[in-house]
Design a protein around this ligand. Structure first.
Ligand code: MG
Ligand code: ZN
Length: 537
């Protein structure tokens, strides 16, 4: 960065100097390492999800950005962006555990593995490396701290679903700061009996978090953390009051995931809000981690971009992108002009095969255009290429698909009918569905891929998906994809899958990056992992 500016300001001498560096000549003036690395991961944030945010910011007539650039754009404009493949060692498409592992370790990994190489051997992660260098380390996510992406930076497990074991292991490498959701994996199972352990947990957490446990043992990991010197916080007020000098901090702000993007934007201005925003987590993280003179490694995840895209839920996806952009803003401003910090903004993969698309429905009416070519004829494109105003309507969705269906599932059995679903959807979306469409969304068929012991395929009746049905793998959650299909024709939104695609993702380097070692072209995420490792010193 500064080098490029220098070329413009100071002319040929510096140009020669920079070429010497590009050619690999040693220079005492450019130290090979960086003190701080901040890794921003938009889970499921493929190039098309980025395009969606930027289109919304600039083209929606009533965009909340009001013509301002997104922070993601600023980072891309001032940094350098390349493309990266994400696949596992022996497969085409990656999951979040394997992808985060490859970023964290710089080696190929296997599907659904955490912190292991492709054979299943533990590999030192960039976070563990940073610890050894005496740096501070932090993990931040709006999902659960035990979820695949954060877990892969500090634990080593055969499978991502071992979240109870991950919680225990997170306390072993001594991650200095962990801020996220997922309290349910830190509480002893006896809290579920709603007796003494339960009351103690309610008292400790201040009563703002739903108390239940997913553990199968009596381990109280909060007590373990406390013994290891962690300050514990459970709400926004406590987080705010936490001094910057706090050496170790564990913040768990919800039983499972933190609020989705829509709920977040509906509640962020509420002064009584107890759950901090992703942005607030990042502010506090930087305040604390930057106290270490030796520097820090911080990973921040916008983890629910992926979840919205799995659900084929365009409205929530847009809110998740905005939410992540709010977190990027803090990092962008903090790192701006710093020579000692490298920021890497990337995704672990694309989710949903998402896109805005043109259709044969509602083709445009002829209009008059002032240009010469239309002096004697009207302008009439053959297809519906999508109006800018659609972006505002998509943003106005009132509830995530997940929240809608969880509300529907909570109704008494007799009320679970298509009419009720239709009303629920139509109250919460600018795009309306008919009773017939609602009936189609609730239609089930025998599960062709039934597996008795499988976490998701163990249901005998499966939502009836009509296209690419094999790619809707999460059981009843597939209903959201059927809702998406009902809305698609009016939203100009399409989805290819309920899982991930192999779409290469962007990797943006911002702040200090060694010019001589810079990655270029199209790489693989393990290369990005190795690059981080080389630069951290
Ligand atoms: Mg994730
Ligand atoms: Zn995913």
């Amino acid at each position: 960065m500064s080098l490029r500016k220098g070329i413009l300001k100071n002319g040929w001498a510096l140009l020669f100097f920079s070429q010497a560096i590009l050619a690999g000549a040693p220079s005492a003036d450019v130290s090979p390492g960086v003190k701080n690395i901040i890794l921003l991961i938009g889970d499921g944030m493929g190039p098309q999800q980025i395009g969606f945010l930027v289109q919304y910011a600039h083209n929606a007539p009533n965009s909340i950005y009001q013509g301002r650039q997104t922070s993601l754009e600023k980072m891309m404009r001032e940094g350098r962006t390349i493309l990266s493949l994400t696949h596992p060692a022996h497969a085409l498409v990656v999951d979040s555990a394997c992808s985060a592992t490859q970023l964290a370790t710089g080696v190929f990994s296997g599907s659904e593995m955490i912190g292991l190489d492709a054979d299943g051997n533990p590999v030192e992660t960039i976070l563990e490396r940073a610890e050894k260098l005496g740096k501070s380390t932090g993990l931040v996510s709006d999902t659960r701290i035990t979820h695949a992406t954060p877990a892969a930076f500090a634990t080593h497990q055969a499978h991502r679903s071992s979240e109870n074991e991950i919680a225990e292991e997170l306390l072993r490498p001594d991650v200095d700061l962990m801020l996220s959701g997922g309290l349910r994996h830190w509480l002893a199972q006896s809290v579920n009996q709603k007796k003494e352990a339960y009351s103690q947990a309610v008292a400790l957490t201040g009563g703002t978090i739903n108390i239940y446990s997913k553990r199968k043992d009596e381990k109280n990991l909060l007590a373990v953390a406390k013994k290891q010197g962690y300050a514990l916080v459970f709400n926004r007020g406590e987080l705010k009051k936490t001094p910057a000098e706090t050496p170790k901090l564990l913040g768990l702000f919800s039983a499972s995931q933190m609020p989705d993007g829509i709920l977040h934007h509906q509640t962020e201005l509420n002064p009584k809000r107890t759950v901090p925003t992703l942005q607030e987590l990042v502010v506090k993280s930087l305040e604390i981690l930057s106290q270490n003179e030796k520097g820090f490694f911080l990973m921040v995840e916008g983890g629910q971009i992926d979840w919205a895209a799995h659900n084929n839920d365009a409205g929530t996806l847009l809110h998740e992108m905005v939410k992540f952009d709010e977190a990027i803003k803090v990092v962008y401003e903090w790192a701006k002009g710093r020579e000692d910090t490298l920021v890497i903004l990337t995704a672990d993969h694309e989710t949903g095969g998402f896109g805005l698309s043109y259709s044969r429905k509602d083709t445009p009416k002829p209009t008059v255009l002032p240009g010469k070519a239309f002096a004697s004829k009207l302008y009439k494109p053959e297809f519906n290429f999508g109006a800018f105003a659609l972006l505002d309507k998509i943003y106005q969705q009132g509830k995530s698909f997940e929240a809608l269906f969880s509300e529907f599932d909570g109704l008494p059995e007799t009320a679970k009918n298509p009419m009720h679903l239709m009303h629920l959807v139509n109250e919460n979306s600018m795009f309306k569905i008919t009773g017939e469409e609602a009936a189609r969304i609730l239609t089930v068929e025998p599960n062709d891929y039934y597996q008795a012991e499988h976490a998701y395929l163990g249901i005998k009746e499966y939502p009836k998906i009509n296209d690419f049905k094999e790619f809707y793998v999460y059981g009843n959650e597939a209903r959201t994809a059927l809702l998406a299909r009902a809305l698609a024709k009016d939203q100009n939104v399409v989805w290819a899958t309920g899982t991930h695609t192999d779409t290469p993702v962007t990797v943006t380097f911002y702040g200090r990056a060694s010019q001589s070692e810079a990655l270029s072209g199209i790489v693989h995420h393990k290369d990005v992992g190795q690059y981080m490792r080389r630069l951290l010193s």
